[in-house]
Design a protein around this ligand. Structure first.
Ligand code: ZN
Length: 762
């Protein structure tokens, strides 16, 4: 039988048990022993589940109380020295301090894991960084698994990826030069694992899918030549994209196996198969670890059979990547069983647990022939067929609308210079107009009202009264503060994507479809399963009510197509670009309805614009092209006098500024305060043409910035952006903040605007 294995399993638990345990521990209501025993229980459960599913090798070391990169940092004894931990083993309390900071230390930086929504803690490197074995957890977990009769395959993040994803904290340091210090510790780890009787170890080097500088690629051969000595057999794993350009190098490495992602990059099978070394196994990542669709077993089997012809028993079957990025278990979704429609949808899906069965099934099918898995193939067939023909999925009217889009539909009536003049005449805003990004503090009261409404404990009328009261309150407050462009506060929204997804056709929501985002935080992405349309206006009533309370302009608030797409599980039967345009048309209709209802300023948030960028630069132009087009389709169907704002809150715009400018929003508000306005340099160099609101208030912290501080930031902004182009606003929405801080901070912000106006810098 050919080998079926897994690269990693979600650790949060089907009911988010780990999240709850960790948070209870942080609160002091659970002791370390209690937390460890919950961790141990989850590991055991996951291992047994995988074993029972029929997998031969089970990943161990994919478990983490916070983050797998942080576990690696602990294992390598590489806690940043600024924390001042004594040399030696890192304990659990210190581990969490690295992740969350304390009163003396800010936490380690967190950033996105490749193009996923998972965030890892960024290793920090100095010239003096030393590595040494710093934790016993991995070895303990291996022993724990072995005691249960589990065939443990420990998982490590490889030395190149570990270094590459870290950051130098000294300007003249090249972190690659730390490699010679790092390798001996990996050797020690591997020797320990070998002593434990481990047969295979999985070393993840996903950095290889990035545009890796040549010197890093060159380091591969010697690194793995050293590591493969005195080590269990090494399976070198890459995922999330193709490593085709390194195929020959990888095949020549002295490792015992390679894993490649054949879901994201099926084309690479061919070049790996060519002269694949006789002494290596090839692990085919054939079941999608990044999405929730049931595997097309028929197609997957065909691919595997081709590989099998050449490789025979040297072929392994696996998910494309760790299953960390999908929810745990579909069988919990009992609500998806209730109507015929949702039952059908459920038959199209597979979460982590179901994917294990798919992997095992495929291994059986390749070994024994398709008759051996006839039932599963028939089930797949039925599911695929019902999906292909489902009227819920396919809406000809929308397809035609998208197909009929012309360049004219993605173009404002006039260029910015003309528009802004008519807008100024209409709004008559002062210099340095002040505004906020949309949300105001979401108090316990507001959250309770939303929950009660959802559960039917509040009637629609009662709920609306509550929300209107809240809107009245925030409008009045903004008037008192003297803000120029107001917002309604977004009290009715739980989440900027879910709120729209729930009202759009083509979206489904799960009950337990949680995926770890970082630490104990999980997100529950909507599932886009069908053509997207907007049955009815989504925000008009609230915006109109808010506008009725004030003579100042009220911003209509929407989420843009790319952000909605990016934060959902997307279809795998049509290109993302197609779904983006469908969402864009739905938002376009909303924009036009808002305009018709008298809303003169409309903000379309594209917080996730940058994170949608593909991993390889060669794929950027295509993505930027369709994503900008989608934004323009949703935003350009208005008159010159209607002002379109957009908002983005992830840094590093430098390399995509032409695309941001091409979006042609009249005003863009961006996060800049944490980088001390440094981000604006790029806007200056590029000569960004339209209005900009650089954030002057870091909303990630409860700290209230003083007027002096904000003034200093604005002066920095003024040095690079013409005064008549500048707005003043916070970095992002205020929903996670408390009222007292928000009031003072906004008061300070308005004071600064007035001071600037008084100095007549314009
Ligand atoms: Zn934001």
């Amino acid at each position: 039988m050919i080998i079926a294995h897994n690269l990693g399993f979600p650790r949060i638990g089907a009911q988010r048990e780990l999240k709850k345990a960790v948070e209870t521990y942080w609160k002091g209501d659970l002791d370390e022993a209690g937390l460890r025993s919950i961790g141990q229980g989850l590991r055991k459960q996951n291992w047994l589940l995988q074993q029972e599913a029929g997998l031969h090798f089970i990943p161990v070391g994919d478990f983490a109380y916070y983050d797998q990169m942080l576990n690696m940092t602990a294992l390598l004894g590489a806690a940043p020295s600024r924390f001042g931990f004594a040399d030696g083993a890192i304990n659990l309390a210190q581990y969490f301090t690295l992740a969350r900071g304390d009163k003396n230390n800010f936490a380690m930086e967190m950033t996105k894991w490749f193009d996923t929504n998972y965030h890892y803690l960024v290793p920090e490197f100095l010239h003096t960084t030393e590595f040494k074995l710093g934790s016993e957890w991995l070895f303990e977990e291996v022993a724990e698994a072995q005691a249960l009769g589990i065939k443990a395959k420990p998982v490590l993040i490889g030395p190149l990826t570990y270094l590459y994803l870290g950051k130098e904290k000294q300007a003249d340091l090249n972190r690659l030069h730390l490699l010679p210090k790092l390798i001996p510790v990996y050797q020690q780890i591997l020797a320990r694992l070998q002593a434990q009787g481990v047969e295979w170890v999985q070393i993840d080097e996903p950095a290889l899918v990035l545009d890796l500088p040549q010197e890093w690629v060159d380091a591969l051969a010697s690194t793995y030549a050293t590591l493969s000595q005195g080590s269990p057999k090494i399976l070198l794993a890459t995922y999330f994209d193709s490593v085709e350009e390194h195929a020959e190098t990888l095949k020549a490495l002295p490792v015992a196996g390679l894993h490649i992602d054949l879901v994201r990059a099926p084309q690479q099978a061919e070049c790996f198969l060519r002269n694949f070394p006789k002494d290596k196994i090839l692990s085919a990542g054939i079941v999608d670890g990044r999405n929730i669709w049931r595997c097309n077993l028929i197609a997957a089997l065909q691919t595997l059979q081709i590989l099998h012809k050449t490789l025979g028993e040297r072929l392994w079957v696996a998910p494309s990547c760790s299953l960390l990025h999908v929810p745990v278990d579909l069988t919990q979704e009992v609500n998806l069983d209730q109507t015929l429609e949702s039952r059908t949808l459920k038959s199209w899906l597979a979460f982590a647990t179901q994917k294990l069965a798919e992997i095992a099934t495929l291994a059986r099918g390749v070994t024994l022939g398709k008759e051996a898995i006839a039932t599963q193939l028939a089930q797949t067939n039925a599911a695929l067929e019902s999906r292909v023909f489902s009227p819920k999925v396919h809406d000809q009217a929308i397809r035609h609308r998208v197909a009929a889009l012309t360049p004219h539909d993605a173009q404002r009536q006039s260029p910015f210079a003309v528009r802004i003049a008519t807008q100024q005449a209409r709004f008559n805003l002062p210099a340095f107009p002040t505004t906020t990004i949309g949300s105001f503090p979401q108090t316990a009261d507001i959250r309770a009202a939303r929950a009660d409404y959802k559960k039917g404990r509040l009637s629609t009328a009662q709920y609306h009264t509550k929300m209107r009261t809240e809107i009245r309150h925030v409008v009045q407050l903004q008037e008192e503060l003297g803000l120029d462009v107001l917002v309604h506060g977004e009290a009715e929204r739980n989440d900027m994507v879910e709120y729209f997804g729930e009202q759009l056709q083509g979206f489904a929501f799960t009950e337990y479809g949680w995926v770890q985002s970082y630490g104990s935080r999980c997100v529950k992405p909507p599932i886009i399963y069908g053509d997207v349309s907007r049955p009815h206006p989504m925000t008009v009533e609230w915006a109109q009510y808010a506008q009725s309370l004030t003579t100042k302009p009220m911003k209509g608030m929407l989420t843009g197509p790319i952000t909605i797409l990016q934060w959902s599980f997307v279809r795998n039967d049509i290109p993302r670009s197609e779904t983006a345009l469908q969402i864009a048309l739905a938002i376009r209709d909303e924009v036009q309805d808002l305009e018709r209802a008298g809303i003169a300023i409309i903000q379309i948030d594209e917080a996730a614009m940058r994170e949608g960028l593909p991993l390889k630069k060669t794929d950027w132009p295509f993505y930027l092209d369709w994503s900008v087009r989608a934004f323009k389709v949703c935003s350009t169907g208005v008159n010159n006098t209607t002002q379109i704002h957009t908002h983005m809150c992830y840094s590093e715009f430098n390399d995509i500024l032409p695309a941001i400018a091409a979006m042609d929003a009249d005003v863009i508000t961006i996060e800049t305060s944490r980088s001390d306005m440094e981000l604006l340099d790029a806007f200056h160099e590029f000569q960004y043409p339209n209005d900009i609101g650089p954030g002057v208030y870091d909303i990630h912290s409860p700290r209230v910035p003083s007027p002096e501080e904000m003034l200093r930031l604005m002066h920095k902004a003024l040095a690079v952006i013409p005064a008549q182009r500048l707005w003043i606003n916070p970095d992002c929405g205020l929903k996670t903040r408390g009222w007292p801080e928000v009031k003072t901070a906004l008061q300070n912000m308005v004071t600064v605007a007035r001071q600037l106006r008084g100095r007549a810098v314009v």
